[in-house]
Design a protein around this ligand. Structure first.
Ligand SMILES: *[C@@H]1O[C@H](CO)[C@@H](O)[C@H](O)[C@H]1NC(C)=O
Ligand SMILES: *[C@@H]1O[C@H](CO)[C@@H](O)[C@H](O)[C@H]1NC(C)=O
Ligand SMILES: *[C@@H]1O[C@H](CO)[C@@H](O)[C@H](O)[C@H]1NC(C)=O
Ligand SMILES: *[C@@H]1O[C@H](CO)[C@@H](O)[C@H](O)[C@H]1NC(C)=O
Ligand SMILES: *[C@@H]1O[C@H](CO)[C@@H](O)[C@H](O)[C@H]1NC(C)=O
Ligand SMILES: *[C@@H]1O[C@H](CO)[C@@H](O)[C@H](O)[C@H]1NC(C)=O
Ligand SMILES: *[C@@H]1O[C@H](CO)[C@@H](O)[C@H](O)[C@H]1NC(C)=O
Length: 769
């Protein structure tokens, strides 16, 4: 939504006429790999294009003949298909092509928050990365805004040669040459065809037509995932005992698919496809679009292709909320990362002339402002001034004043720059409706209070600001609050100092993943978006720095991968999830900043499995492993039809079993989600799980269950004895709704297998509909 608006404004304010109804549109076309007859894909797809051009031209009138479409991309590794700009009738003709599965119009995805190089600057000079003994060959690919290769995190001194299996390249372009790649930054590619087909040629005054990053986001995520992370790795003490003294580093490959106005799906697909073909081990995507069923979600489809190649995929959960379906990238094969934060340095407040005080957030740590006049929209400049558009702010109106800007158009820090350039002394940045409750504290270059607009108090501020901005005597001042707001961290360090230790929460409670229902109506409701919406609407805290926490988890995954080369993506994910914890560093329950209840305690809807503990994740005892085929059975349990399944089973002849009883809750996932009808009484649901021993032998695990309110839980057997490494044992867990009138809509518990130092924990979430 945000991006759609950006897109629109882009055209409005640059007065480009291009938008004039394009009948032609870029599509991502998924093809059934088993039906592709020609081994030369270029030739095959060219033939497909020729045939649909021919077919459609028979229907078109002479003067409307559309030219033969140009192939933008061919996808052959993570997904199977191509991208091309097609007319509506050409699109229709695709239905007659054998093997055609499904086409989606290309769209702009949003980067999950944007941070400028100022933000990076704050990290520079701290704990400089130094590598000594580099044994690991884990390669992290980042689909992002490119990379600033001179950044200190990407030096390669002391690194061993690039692994021979690496098939990637270093593409040249504006201010980027082969010599910018080294043994650390081993690949850099650019994907721009989709973007230019929609937005027009890259504006080279604001972006580089090369892997070079003009935005900072990609450089930042890369340095978190595999650059600065090095030091944090030793801080975490991960490889302790396993490779004492070893300094861990990962290689980086940058896939630039995001540009000034966003990233198109077709470019992102091409980036993922190339990354998998190039041989990355970990893929990190801090971007996403709207949530959709998996079969309509290109990122989900491509990520599935990636995990089939053994690539671990971690994605940001998105920064939006609390609106419905605000969770991005929820497929169970993706590590969906949300974030938590340290709260101390955020609180900023704005005091209006009439004495009202509103809380916001910002990373600006300079002096408070004096009481200054407030300007907004027409009192700040010309058309677009409400959003602080480039060129809209008028210097003589803005100079020395606090400017109110509506967010959601530019990057947040970008807005600050525009205000500063125009002479503004401060800024109130109000979240757009789409950003909802998201609390963002960006590193601004001037006093800023960012106000989250859809809480009650912020609504109030909105009203106050809108009422008073025209008023002669309006004024405001911005200052930092001394008091703490409810948050996760309470150790008093600033956010920046703690960036490296930022703990992560992930939302692993995918609604599709494991639920059960007791009536046909509910079943129908639950199958698709409805349940999804239910769960995400219950979750006001998704997001928050997911953009940055995602590469943290990518970095952690690469650490785990380096110590456990043979672990599947699902095993890595399981290790991270089952060893996560949900208490803060004072031993109290993690708080939920957006919680409306008095306890402020967060629930798994907000924190998923909990905060990651990398040290314990490296030695989790047991893992819940999942094969690609298990996921396909899971998709069968969601009643996917054969063409929907073919999107995922690329190249394998897979058919859903006809008569098997499949329930989504049986996916061997390290969490449990159960759905009961409100009036369910003695309703019972049983799930099966299989755990694999990666700890010690012999070992005996006993189960500990914390039952959710209103539900009894039985586990069979209650103890598991492993005699071999890699041995797999199964258990069943039954949930019985005790029923009766209930005021609660959801309740939470845990199931933990315990043996000596090992604690293998899973959250249980029960939802009553
Ligand atoms: C490119 O961006 C610059 C700076 O924002 C702007 O002045 C210029 O008009 C843009 N050029 C085009 C062709 O849009
Ligand atoms: C800004 O002011 C203009 C002119 O008064 C008005 O048309 C427009 O609706 C205002 N925009 C916002 C977002 O308030
Ligand atoms: C699968 O479902 C989609 C969407 O309902 C439909 O377009 C497609 O034709 C179906 N495919 C098969 C093989 O039934
Ligand atoms: C795929 O499997 C089905 C059922 O097992 C079989 O009938 C069909 O011939 C197979 N198709 C191919 C292309 O192997
Ligand atoms: C639920 O099951 C218990 C034990 O099987 C039984 O005693 C009880 O009457 C049942 N309650 C209902 C409402 O069916
Ligand atoms: C439970 O859901 C109902 C219906 O959506 C809602 O009205 C009620 O406030 C919810 N109760 C709680 C405790 O959240
Ligand atoms: C990690 O595991 C150890 C040993 O079981 C345990 O004492 C510690 O509390 C765990 N760490 C966290 C953060 O849960």
């Amino acid at each position: 939504m945000i991006i759609f608006r950006t897109f629109l404004f882009f055209f409005v304010f640059t007065a480009t006429t291009k938008i004039a109804l394009m009948e032609e549109q870029t599509y991502i076309i998924h093809m059934d790999k088993t039906k592709i007859t020609d081994s030369d894909h270029q030739q095959y797809y060219q033939a497909v294009i020729d045939s649909i051009t021919k077919l459609s031209s028979q229907e078109e009138e002479e003067e409307n003949k559309t030219p033969t479409p140009q192939l933008l991309y061919i996808y052959e590794t993570a997904i199977s298909g191509f991208a091309a700009k097609l007319s509506t009738s050409q699109l229709k003709s695709l239905n007659q092509v054998d093997g055609f599965l499904f086409a989606t119009p290309d769209e702009l995805l949003s980067l999950h928050t944007t941070h400028t190089p100022q933000f990076l600057g704050l990290q520079n000079g701290k704990g400089l990365w130094s590598a000594s003994n580099l044994a690991s060959d884990v390669i992290v690919g980042l689909v992002d805004t490119g990379i600033w290769p001179e950044h200190v995190s990407f030096q390669d001194s002391g690194m061993s040669p690039v692994p021979a299996r690496w098939k990637g390249t270093c593409e040249e372009g504006t201010r980027f040459s082969i010599s910018n790649c080294n043994k650390k930054l081993i690949g850099a590619r650019v994907f721009v065809q989709g973007y230019e087909a929609i937005v027009g040629r890259v504006n080279e005054t604001v972006d580089y037509r090369s892997p070079r990053d003009s935005n900072g986001h990609g450089t930042h995520t890369a340095s978190i995932a595999a650059g600065n992370f090095v030091n944090q790795a030793s801080l975490f003490g991960l490889a302790k005992g396993l490779a004492s003294g070893m300094k861990y580093t990962a290689r980086i490959a940058a896939y630039k698919a995001c540009w000034t106005s966003g990233c198109t799906n077709s470019d992102v697909m091409a980036a993922i496809d190339s990354a998998v073909a190039d041989g990355v081990d970990i893929l990190s995507l801090s971007l996403g679009g709207r949530s959709n069923p998996y079969y309509r979600d290109n990122i989900a489809i491509a990520s599935f292709g990636a995990i089939q190649h053994g690539v671990f995929v971690s994605c940001a959960a998105g920064n939006s909320g609390p609106s419905r379906s605000s969770l991005s990238n929820a497929a169970p094969w993706i590590m969906t990362v949300a974030a938590s934060y340290n709260d101390r340095s955020f609180p900023t407040a704005v005091k209006l002339g009439d004495g009202q005080i509103f809380e916001g957030s910002s990373l600006y740590s300079g002096k408070k402002t004096k009481q200054l006049p407030l300007v907004y929209n027409r009192t700040a400049g010309s058309q677009g001034a409400a959003y602080c558009f480039e060129g809209s702010l008028v210097k003589k109106l803005v100079k020395g004043k606090i400017v109110v800007c509506e967010g959601g158009i530019y990057s947040r820090t970008g807005v600050g720059e525009k205000v500063k350039k125009a002479g503004g002394a401060g800024m109130l940045l109000l979240n757009s409706e789409d950003e909802g409750e998201e609390i963002l504290a960006d590193a601004h270059i001037l006093p800023v209070a960012e106000i989250f607009s859809f809480s009650d108090s912020a609504q109030h501020l909105w009203t106050a600001v809108k009422e008073m901005y025209g008023n002669q005597n309006n004024a405001a001042r911005i200052f930092q609050l001394k008091k703490d707001i409810a948050g996760v961290y309470q150790d008093g360090k600033s956010f920046i100092e703690h960036l490296g230790k930022l703990k992560h929460m992930w939302n692993e409670l995918d609604p599709y993943r494991s639920h059960t229902i007791d009536s046909a109506t509910l079943l129908k409701k639950a199958k698709e978006d409805k349940i999804f919406q239910l769960l995400s609407s219950l979750d006001p805290t998704l997001g928050k720095y997911t953009s940055m926490s995602c590469p943290h988890v990518s970095g952690l995954a690469s650490l785990l991968k380096s110590v456990h080369r043979d672990w599947s993506p699902a095993a890595i994910k399981s290790a991270l999830m089952t060893t996560a914890y949900t208490l803060n560093n004072k031993g109290a329950a993690v708080a939920d900043i957006a919680s409306t209840s008095t306890s402020k305690s967060a629930t798994p809807f907000a924190f998923g499995s909990g905060h990651v503990d990398p040290e314990n994740a490296s030695d989790p005892g047991l893992v819940y492993d999942i094969t690609a085929e298990d996921y396909l059975f899971y998709l069968c349990s969601l009643s996917y039809n054969s063409s929907q399944i073919a999107l995922f089973s690329s190249g394998v002849n897979f058919t859903c079993p006809k008569n098997a009883v499949l329930q989504p809750g049986d996916l061997n996932y390290p969490s449990f989600s159960v759905l009961f009808s409100k009036d369910a009484r003695n309703m019972s649901v049983t799930y099966k799980r299989t755990v694999k021993n990666v700890g010690k032998i012999p070992s005996t695990y006993a189960v500990q269950v914390k039952e959710p309110t209103g539900v009894s839980v039985t586990v069979e057997p209650r103890s598991l004895t492993f005699k071999k490494m890699g041995e797999k044992l199964s258990y069943k867990v039954s949930f019985v709704s005790l029923g009766g009138p209930t005021l609660i809509n959801s309740s939470f518990g845990t199931l933990t297998w315990v043996s000596g130092k090992y604690r293998v924990g899973s959250p249980i979430v029960v939802t009553w509909l």
